[in-house]
Ligand binder design. Structure first.
Ligand code: RRO
Length: 309
């Protein structure tokens, strides 16, 4: 028997593969599709205090090897996701609430209500690239410290943070220093790579409407950046579970993330492009790959990446 279960802060996942916050997870109908799929948890769309329609359409575009989006946090408002977390309990899977308040006071208020909800894990999204006029919090280290101090103070559930990709070792170290000082149940690496620009040369136009065409890049284009972020944070914070996200399309991709140090992986663009069958397919591919390698559990190889020096 190949075991691909995972555990995050006492929350057991039947497999290490589930959905990422964002794609097709804003309504109860969409969440029930995830609940009925092989996804091992149900992650809900990042929520704000008030409902939001999001940015003007078109705000998402499939690309040959991934996606670009500037959805702009369309969501039903946190109260609905608190309600959904109880309604989804009947599927007997962990529910992950994603919180992305537009200011610190909003996050505090939302988290306080989720404290008394049925959500199992809370992922604080510090990395949304698509709200006009709102820079990504996790690129501002002072603000990140302030937010994390306030949130870790009030949050009674296992709390994780979702980070944008970093590209410089000094930035990894700065963020790891901040995270090390706070009690975190997990880190999710990475959100989409913010403010990419995709151009249609025939139309001589950007492919999405908001922000002059700038949006978050996802899918295969970001896999190697995501792997680097998982690896670096695993090296710097070896005791914090990391959820890898970014360009996972196959069991082998999932294997690479775990080898880099991930405890679990989330699927984003592939779920949009393939639909809910991606969860079972990637879980099966991962199990088959472990079998081929003679591994029985994820612990056999987690974080054991070889380097050439
Ligand atoms: O809704 C979005 O535009 C969005 C969010 Br909140 C996020 O965290 N990452 C992303 O690529 N899009």
């Amino acid at each position: 028997m190949i075991d691909i279960t995972a555990e995050i802060s006492g929350v057991k996942l039947e497999t290490c593969v589930f959905n990422a916050a964002g794609p097709k997870d804003a309504t109860l109908k969409e969440l029930e599709v995830i609940a009925k799929s092989a996804s091992s948890a149900i992650t809900m769309k990042s929520c704000t205090l008030e409902p939001r329609k999001g940015n003007p359409e078109p705000r998402y575009c499939d690309l040959p090897e991934g996606s670009i989006n500037s959805s702009g946090l369309p969501n039903l408002g946190y109260k609905e996701y608190v309600r959904f977390s109880s309604l989804l309990k009947k599927y007997h899977k962990p529910v992950v609430a994603s919180v992305s308040g537009l200011k610190l006071a909003d996050n505090v208020k939302i988290i306080k209500v989720f404290n008394n909800s049925e959500a199992d894990l809370i992922e604080l999204n510090l990395s949304c690239p698509n709200v006009p006029g709102k820079p990504q919090v996790c690129y501002d280290f002072e603000q990140s410290e302030e937010v994390l101090d306030a949130i870790t103070d009030v949050c009674k559930k296992p709390l994780g943070v979702k980070l944008a990709p970093y590209f410089d070792f000094a930035h990894f170290e700065q963020m790891a220093g901040i995270l090390r000082k706070r009690k975190l149940a997990f880190i999710t690496c990475i959100n989409s790579i913010g403010n990419a620009l995709v151009i249609d040369p025939d139309k001589e136009s950007a492919v999405i409407k908001p922000k002059g065409g700038f949006g978050g890049l996802g899918g295969k284009y970001v896999k190697y950046t995501a792997l680097a972020n998982v690896r670096k944070f695993h090296e710097l914070l070896p005791h914090v579970p990391i959820i890898g996200c970014g360009g996972i399309y196959s069991g082998k991709d999932a294997f690479e993330f775990i080898l880099a140090g991930a405890t679990a992986v989330q699927l984003g663009t592939v779920f949009i492009q393939e639909g809910p069958s991606c969860f079972g397919r990637i879980q099966k591919e991962l199990k088959d790959y472990l079998k081929k390698k003679g591994y029985e559990t994820l612990e056999d190889f987690r974080g054991k990446l070889k380097t050439l020096d």
